[in-house]
Write a protein that binds this ligand. Structure first.
Ligand SMILES: *Cc1c(COP(=O)(O)O)cnc(C)c1O
Length: 470
């Protein structure tokens, strides 16, 4: 198994990024629950034939869709060790928890947070953003809200993010009982950064209308274009207005490890809470999200509870309080810290930062190639590792162009050579390449340009896709 996975990664360039799943292969997964045993080797064989070849392909250097990290063999091996130990990192006194605490200290240090800051591994930034809204909600409404629920009082609590913020912020408002309508989506500027004047006006007019503003979510690396909000500006407004300042730094925050990118994150050290993922540009295998909270006491107050079967002691296995389960809703928790710890120790922040710089340099190379090509059009400024562009053809209207570009993305994905995804910018379909994999090189960028143009021309002439032409 180990050999197979090391081979998979070593020879990944000779595989398609992704391939459509034949019906007969999908049908294999509709069988009943096994009642009798099968040899391990037979099940492994099934994995090799029917699971591995039909993965989404984010370990492949040609994968550029959404924002998905490529992982490393180091992370893979550490994950095996974690599974072997089968540690439950909800609590109790054992070194796996100490490994997680060490990462909390490393992250405090990396982001300039105080000694009193707390941190917690979670599945991803969606959950980390949700926890941040809950902590801020409890801090402003009072911790009674944990017992009494959100009161249906007249003055409602309002939160603010840019219109380009990830949809999980609105979902966090929904799940917290405050309602997604209470999230004000503030317009962005030409660089897709939150418009600070519009934000101030929205806060003022909400106050005037009797609302209680409590939360600002800035984004360090928006999901559509990679834009970084003016974090210092947001921190100043949040401080003046006495609002909780949260940052969604899902992929952008770890750019702090790259000396050429770190200055753009100025202000991140002033956040009340910061959510980010190790599994995106950090290259740790899925899943490894993280939440850092400036005031660890508030964080703990939002989640701690007392149950007799989770009683703490000064000695014995029940020592070492507080436990991770005091800082979030998970009780049984995987040892996500180990693959992250291995990744930081084996590579170090310099190499991890250099990999992020290199992904961003490839994005600038792609940007230059798009600008040089009259058949292509850049649709957003390139801030980090994301490039939004489209194929353009003469004499066709915007709706037809949308259809052509959607079809290009599907054909590229089906070709297995390069796989961007699509999104909408100002309502128009955009080809979106997020260079999140440390294995990606200029060769894949060149292939993306060439196959986009070739597919675009074919679609314009209404020719179907064939293996040779795309
Ligand atoms: C990926 C992403 C999220 C969601 O993170 P998950 O780890 O997928 O839960 C939130 N915000 C931004 C900006 C993202 O890129």
């Amino acid at each position: 198994m180990l050999d197979d996975m090391l081979d998979y990664i070593e020879h990944i360039r000779s595989r398609p990024v992704w391939q459509p799943i034949p019906d007969d292969i999908r049908a294999r997964f509709f069988g009943a629950v096994p009642r009798s045993p099968a040899p391990l080797a037979a099940v492994h064989d099934e994995f090799m034939q029917f699971v591995l070849p039909f993965a989404i392909g984010n370990a492949h250097p040609g994968f550029m869709g959404w924002v998905q990290g490529g992982g490393t063999p180091v992370g893979m091996l550490a994950e095996m060790l974690a599974a072997g130990l089968n540690a439950n990192c909800g609590g109790r006194d054992h070194i796996p928890i100490e490994v997680e605490r060490q990462i909390v200290r490393w992250m405090r240090n990396l982001f300039g947070f105080p000694e009193t800051a707390s941190g917690l591994f979670l599945t991803g930034t969606s959950l980390a953003n949700y926890l941040a809204v809950l902590i801020a909600r409890d801090a402003v409404l009072g911790f009674d809200v944990r017992r009494k629920g959100v009161p249906a009082s007249k003055s409602s609590f309002t939160a603010y993010s840019s219109s380009d913020a990830h949809s999980c912020i609105a979902q966090a408002m929904d799940l917290s009982g405050l309602g997604s309508d209470a999230l004000r989506l503030i317009p962005v500027d030409d660089h897709h950064r939150i418009n600070l004047d519009a934000l101030q006006r929205a806060i003022a007019s909400d106050r005037q209308a009797g609302f209680t503003p409590f939360f600002i979510a800035g984004t360090a690396g928006t999901v559509n274009t990679g834009a970084i909000d003016n974090l210092s500006g947001l921190a100043t407004i949040a401080h003046r207005e006495r609002l909780w300042f949260h940052i969604d730094g899902a992929f952008g925050a770890l750019a702090i490890m790259a000396p050429d990118l770190a200055p753009r994150l100025t202000g991140i050290e002033r956040a009340n809470s910061l959510a980010f993922d190790f599994h995106k540009l950090g290259q740790v295998p899925y899943d490894a999200g993280f939440l850092l909270v400036r005031d660890g006491a508030l964080h703990r107050q939002a989640f701690s509870s007392s149950a007799s079967y989770l009683m703490r002691e000064d000695r014995g296995m029940a020592g070492g309080s507080p436990w991770p389960c005091d800082f979030g809703p998970d009780l049984s928790r995987a040892f996500r810290a180990l693959k992250t710890w291995f990744t930081f120790k084996v590579f170090g922040t310099e190499a991890l930062g250099a990999a992020i710089s290199s992904n961003c340099a490839l994005a600038r190379y792609l940007e230059a190639r798009v600008r040089d090509n009259p058949e292509l059009q850049l649709l957003a400024p390139v801030e980090l590792h994301i490039v939004c562009f489209r194929y353009r053809a003469k004499d066709i209207d915007e709706q037809e162009l949308d259809r052509v570009n959607s079809e290009i993305v599907i054909r590229l994905q089906e070709s297995g050579v390069v796989a961007p995804s699509s999104t909408l910018l100002k309502g128009r379909v955009t080809i979106r390449a997020a260079i999140t994999n440390h294995r990606t090189t200029r060769a894949e960028i060149d292939a993306l340009i060439d196959s986009t143009v070739r597919a675009g021309r074919l679609i314009e002439c209404r020719q179907p896709a064939t293996q040779e032409t795309v």
